[in-house]
Design a protein around this ligand. Structure first.
Ligand code: IPM
Ligand code: MG
Length: 357
């Protein structure tokens, strides 16, 4: 089983070190790890944020463990050379169209949310974000109009097969999360009152629902969903939405549970490996250049991303649960990073998780 390890920029390498220590501690001789450069780190070394060698390594891997990309020294480069293009390129080149972003409030952390503790404590949801289409990948340009004004545009579009495949992933996820004896719950988020793209999205999600009578489907406009997410987040179980709305709502959900430093994500393609689904696993947070290299970053989201990789791409459910339990126990024991108002550094948190593992 091959893992491609891409630490990336900023805090990426420090938090990746802790995830790899966890992997080593699990003592899985069947797993090999190969490292490669990505993002600004790759640009500075090879002149491109996603060098061919990195892409090839990822194509050959069963799972990709990804740190973070983003480097302020690259802000003035043309868009195609900026670090963010590496993650967008990997999602697109590897056909990773389904992004799973779970958000749940860890016991004992309710008071760290910006929401009231009883509201934060009710959060246990999964955002299923489409990752290969939408305004992210439509035609885009900056141009000058006939009358001399500068104009930027990005075309938003979804084809029905793109919506259908993400809808299937979401319905199955909702089924999997259903409580014993209850129907699954799926809320599709769109802006069908204004956008044609969203009307098609809604029509196709409704058609797909026919295959899943055991899942209750509801629809919500994205502005309302954003409001409901802070008003009564406990109402959501599985949420499915497009690329742009999912980007925004998942950051919002992460802050509702207390810290973006705790949330992992999986980006999956079709079922195509011997072990499960090929996928890329990364924290939801970015490269945090302001604290990079200071040993302050919370590695928990990175460590939890490793757990998701073991579960979804390598079929190692028991190992995934061990990691998740060790992280939950570390938090419950009061060991917290600066993002959670504590003073534990990157290594100290890694040590604490290892001890409990
Ligand atoms: C994310 C990030 C990326 C996105 C950026 C880095 C391109 O914000 O994974 O949510 O917009 O998808
Ligand atoms: Mg984002």
């Amino acid at each position: 089983m091959k893992i491609a390890c891409l630490p990336g920029d900023g805090i990426g390498p420090e938090i990746m070190d802790e995830a790899l220590r966890v992997l080593i501690a699990l003592d899985m001789p069947q797993v090999t790890v190969d490292r490669a450069l990505v993002g600004g780190a790759a640009y500075h070394q090879h002149g491109h944020p996603l060098p061919d060698a990195t892409l090839t390594l990822c194509k050959e891997a069963d799972g990709i463990l990804f740190g973070a990309v983003g480097d302020p020294t690259c802000d003035n480069l043309e868009r195609s050379l900026r670090p963010e293009q590496a993650i967008l390129g990997l999602r697109r080149e590897l056909g990773l169209f389904a992004n799973l972003r779970p958000a749940q409030c860890f016991t004992g952390l309710e008071h760290l949310s910006g929401l009231r503790p009883e509201i934060a404590g009710s959060i246990d949801l999964l955002i299923v974000r489409e990752l290969n289409g939408d305004v992210y990948f439509g035609e885009k340009a900056m141009r000058t109009t006939a009358d001399g004004r500068r104009e930027g545009y990005d075309i938003m579009s979804y084809a029905e097969d793109e919506v259908r495949r993400i809808a299937h992933v979401a319905f199955r996820a909702a089924q999997g999360r259903a409580k014993e004896g209850e129907r699954g719950k799926l809320c599709s988020v769109d802006k069908a009152n204004v956008l044609e793209t969203s009307q098609l999205w809604r029509d196709v999600v409704i058609e797909t629902a026919e295959d899943y009578p055991d899942v209750e489907l509801t629809h919500m406009y994205v502005d309302n969903a954003s409001m409901q997410l802070v008003r009564e987040p406990g109402q959501f179980d599985t949420v499915v939405t497009g690329n742009l709305f999912g980007d925004i709502l998942s950051d919002q959900a992460s802050m509702c549970v207390g810290s973006i430093g705790l949330l992992a994500s999986a980006s999956l393609g079709a079922d195509d490996t011997e072990f499960g689904t090929r996928g890329l696993y990364e924290p939801i947070h970015g490269s945090a250049p302001d604290i990079a290299g200071k040993g302050k970053a919370n590695p928990m989201a990175m460590i939890l991303s490793l757990a998701m990789l073991l579960r979804h791409s390598l079929g190692q459910e028991a190992a995934a649960v061990r990691i998740e339990d060790a992280v939950a126990k570390t938090l419950a024991d009061g060991i917290r990073g600066g993002d959670l108002g504590g003073d534990a550094g990157t290594k100290a948190i890694g040590d604490a998780v290892l001890e409990r593992l």
